[in-house]
Ligand binder design. Structure first.
Ligand SMILES: NC(=O)c1ccc[n+]([C@@H]2O[C@H](COP(=O)([O-])OP(=O)(O)OC[C@H]3O[C@@H](n4cnc5c(N)ncnc54)[C@H](O)[C@@H]3O)[C@@H](O)[C@H]2O)c1
Length: 371
């Protein structure tokens, strides 16, 4: 049965209603050039979120409240849930920046996006690992990514579904995009959990704590203890020397709490949403506003520490296109042994994928960070 939307009940066509009330988002991708002698035409920003589940909606609403987009497109396979989520957000219009919200089960609604965020897919049930989701989510990505890439050939693709590092690689191959336009949310969230826990331990504001988790998102992520700074001051050595609570047990407790953070939340409320929403919105802000911030995200790691063809979370300046910037992981130092390497992924687990787009020299450019 066709369900009328609240807009169509008022006599507006739901698909076209917004055209009369909202600024149209330009169909093409015109640069910000004056169109006439009148006011200059500003290039409007469109963000699409594929998967209107817990994670997708937390991301969409954070992007909405932070005024990062002029249009947000939501896509999901469940039409009623999708329509309900879109209407629920639209009903908050009186309290929010003016943003056009469109939704549909067809990827066509994402047409001409600047940024496409993919959250669709199975999520962990309590106790389940992220890698367990691989087969189901690779199958889903085969259906989702090609049409999305076709409708927005110039977009940046940001992968969030798990296992995020592997799916970023899969999305890159399926999209046919250059590697510089496909990233995964990587260990941005793990690093935020890390910063929160250190801040709690030291009783300071988490925004004044810099610290990175790198490697594969989740179970095998590695705490870079030497990256900790508080208020701009390198903190690890002096903390160890002077702070009697900052001992081995405390470090291990913090690392375990970071790695176990998602399991704990999923065990308690069934899923994670708010922190990943803010984490991905921070990536969207950096990308769309070209803020030149450094985030630990999944990028194609080619020619880095023996990795020839795979994605993993490393600190990157998040801006389009992303040059290859990788931390040089020291084999010694305080973070040694505080995380385990991810098990090698069998390529046949992914099945047949389109041939990778050849890497150019420019994309393989590697800057070394000394952490
Ligand atoms: N990278 C991270 O740090 C991170 C953090 C949290 C969750 N996640 C991952 O995000 C994903 C989503 O989690 P969630 O809690 O939102 O799950 P969810 O079940 O609430 O939402 C998934 C949504 O995907 C939709 N979907 C399924 N098939 C689709 C299709 N073909 N096209 C469009 N939409 C489709 C479902 O209808 C559902 O609404 C999971 O894989 C989860 O593990 C990643």
């Amino acid at each position: 049965m066709h369900k009328a939307s609240s807009l169509s009940e008022l006599g507006f066509d739901s698909g076209g209603a917004s055209s009369g009330f909202f600024r149209p988002v330009a169909d093409g991708c015109p640069p910000a050039t004056p169109t006439s002698s009148a006011a200059p035409h500003r290039r409007l920003t469109k963000v699409s979120v594929i998967g209107a589940g817990n994670v997708g909606m937390a991301i969409a609403q954070t992007i909405l409240t932070q005024n990062l987009a002029d249009e947000i497109a939501l896509v999901d396979a469940l039409p009623d849930k999708l329509r309900g989520e879109a209407l629920d957000l639209q009903h908050a219009a009186a309290f929010l920046p003016r943003v056009r919200i469109v939704s549909g089960t067809d990827a066509a609604v994402t047409r001409n996006s600047d940024l496409v965020i993919v959250t669709a897919g199975a999520r962990q049930i309590p106790g389940e690992t992220r890698l367990n989701l691989l087969q189901r989510n690779v199958a889903l990505y085969r259906k989702i990514v090609p049409p999305v890439a076709e409708h927005s050939p110039e977009a940046l693709l940001l992968v969030v579904s798990n296992p995020v590092d592997v799916l970023t690689y899969v999305a890159w191959r399926l999209s046919g995009f250059p590697a510089s336009r496909v990233i995964g949310s990587g260990t941005n969230l793990d690093s935020s959990r890390f910063r929160f826990l250190i801040a709690e331990h030291l009783d300071v504001n988490a925004q004044d704590v810099q610290a990175y988790m790198v490697g594969e998102h989740g179970d095998s992520s590695v705490a870079i203890w030497s990256s900790i700074s508080v208020g701009g001051m390198p903190a690890f050595k002096s903390l160890r020397d002077s702070h009697r609570n900052f001992d081995e047990a405390a470090l291990e407790g913090i690392r375990r709490a970071v790695v176990g953070g998602a399991y704990e939340v999923i065990g308690l409320k069934g899923y994670t949403s708010w922190a990943i929403g803010y984490s991905v919105a921070s990536l969207a802000a950096s990308l769309l506003r070209d803020q030149r911030r450094v985030h630990p995200v999944s990028v194609l790691a080619s020619g880095f520490h023996g990795i020839s063809d795979g994605h993993e979370g490393v600190p990157q300046p998040a801006r389009p296109p992303w040059p290859r910037r990788h931390p040089r992981r020291r084999r010694d130092g305080p973070h040694r042994g505080r995380g385990r390497a991810a098990p090698p992924l069998r390529q046949d687990a992914l099945g047949e994928l389109p041939a990778p787009r050849p890497l150019t020299e420019e994309r393989q450019l590697i800057y070394i960070y000394l952490l």
